[in-house]
Design a protein around this ligand. Structure first.
Ligand SMILES: [Fe+2]
Ligand SMILES: [Fe+2]
Length: 469
């Protein structure tokens, strides 16, 4: 039979850890019921649960009530490996926390962990306005898996960080997204998410930052962290799918109705105009760029040098020749004292956030190309684009300056007069929210979004993904 806390860390042989987790569990459930999806806790949802780490066999699909979801602890199997980057290159990997990096590692784990419950909190009301049962189910799948990611990180805190780890685990359940007194740690995880276009942009852009952070940690010399995050990535892929396809379906539907209306303004037909979609992209992409941290970062250099956090696919010889990264520089544009953009070099290690972000940006561009393809197929000449990495930034070297989406430096006054062309306005949000009416009939879709190409787990689109109580 399945264990209460599915795991591959021999939990039943580790009484101390088992006790710690069993003490934390009721608080987690309480948090879930209070802050998780509102109004659907008694319904049976067709969800997948991780029950092992075997490729292809880990995802078990069945109906489950969300509070009964079996949040488990899984690490990919250990492999023989040595640290493969930074100052300790070639040394054995760590199976315990190295004392000299304890503080850094705790900070890395807590920061990652905090994003998981935060996103569940941000999304807790979206079930009330789902565009279809299919989408409703996907929302809940994302939510329970973010819950499992919290478990994955809390396992590390409990197992490897003693008393302060347990305290951090408690704090993860007491901070609240968007709460001015006890906010979540990172900016994008305190942003309100009141409509499904925001949800799709979040899973497209913000979860995708998560993918790159997890991938960088999957390179870590601290092996339990590497193996935990490696397994989290298998689940994360579905979240990114939900986001990329979600935005893509909105774009497609808008395109179809633009042709029908022979106009760019598809409001009459109840769809979301492309320019509003573009503003949402601008908003969520740039908020997600901030999550990578400063472009010039001493923390990033420390984490890389210590072997705690690598680059995206650090071991890939086609990507990187030099895994020590002490010789190279990274060249990019900053605002000079004269108030102009000028090129500067920083030591490569200090630019590791930027290196990771470049891989992320490339991935986002690929998705944009796909969305634009669907516009092209409809015979439309309109295109969506990613704004410049300098636009709308609150962290790093570009924050405090005003740029347009093309990356041109502007005066603050000019920026203020044009901002409403580039970022969603109150009217835009109100309009999108006005479309958010739930569609709870099996197989039906809201008018503003195209149906997906296929269902979940080879089930048809009109499958009963949610059985209402
Ligand atoms: Fe996650
Ligand atoms: Fe995620």
């Amino acid at each position: 039979m399945f264990e209460k806390i599915p795991n591959n860390v021999n939990l039943s042989d580790n009484k101390r850890l088992q006790r710690a987790l069993e003490q934390w569990q009721p608080n987690f459930i309480q948090w879930w019921v209070e802050m998780g999806p509102e109004g659907f806790q008694k319904d049976d949802i067709y969800l997948r649960t991780a029950v092992s780490v075997e490729a292809g066999g880990w995802a078990h699909f069945d109906y489950v009530k969300m509070p009964d979801y079996r949040w488990g602890i899984f690490l990919t199997p250990p492999t023989e490996r040595t640290i493969h980057f930074g100052d300790h290159i070639g040394s054995p990997i760590w199976n315990e926390v190295p004392g000299e990096f304890r503080k850094e590692l705790r900070r890395i784990i807590v920061t990652q962990a905090d994003t998981e419950p935060a996103s569940v909190e941000q999304q807790r009301l979206l079930g009330k306005t789902a565009p279809s049962i299919y989408d409703l189910r996907n929302l809940f799948q994302v939510n329970v898996e973010e819950g499992r990611h919290l478990w994955a990180m809390v396992y590390l805190l409990h197992q490897f960080f003693g008393r302060d780890g347990r305290e951090e685990a408690e704090d993860l359940l007491t901070r609240r997204s968007g709460n001015p007194d006890t906010p979540r740690i990172l900016g994008a995880f305190n942003k309100p998410m009141n409509d499904w276009l925001a949800f799709f942009c979040f899973t497209m852009f913000t979860d995708r930052d998560g993918k790159y952070q997890l991938a960088a940690l999957a390179e870590s010399g601290f092996d339990p962290l590497a193996r935990s995050t490696q397994f989290m990535l298998t689940e994360e892929a579905h979240h990114l799918f939900v986001g990329e396809m979600g935005v893509g379906r909105v774009v497609k539907r808008t395109g179809e109705l633009m042709k029908e209306a022979k106009s760019e303004d598809v409001r009459e037909l109840g769809a979301i105009p492309l320019n509003i979609i573009q503003k949402y992209i601008n908003e969520w992409y740039t908020a997600s760029l901030d999550l990578f941290g400063g472009e010039d970062s001493s923390n990033a250099a420390t984490f890389f040098g210590a072997g705690l956090k690598g680059r995206f696919r650090e071991a890939d010889p086609k990507r990187y020749k030099d895994h020590i990264a002490l010789e190279d520089v990274y060249n990019f544009e900053v605002v000079s004292n004269e108030g102009r953009l000028s090129n500067t070099d920083i030591p490569l290690r200090r630019a590791m956030n930027l290196v990771l972000r470049d891989a992320y940006k490339e991935d986002c561009e690929r998705a944009l190309d796909r969305w634009n393809d669907s516009l092209e197929k409809l015979g439309l000449s309109n295109r969506l684009s990613l704004p410049s990495q300098r636009f709308n930034r609150n962290i790093g070297v570009y924050s405090g300056f005003a740029f347009d989406p093309q990356g041109n430096l502007l005066s603050k006054e000019e920026y203020e007069t044009k901002k409403s062309d580039w970022l969603p306005t109150k009217e835009d949000y109100d309009y999108v929210e006005s479309l958010m009416k739930p569609v709870y009939e099996h197989g039906k879709m809201a008018n503003w979004i195209a149906p997906p190409a296929k269902g979940i787990n080879n089930k048809p689109l009109d499958f009963e993904y949610v059985r209402f109580a």
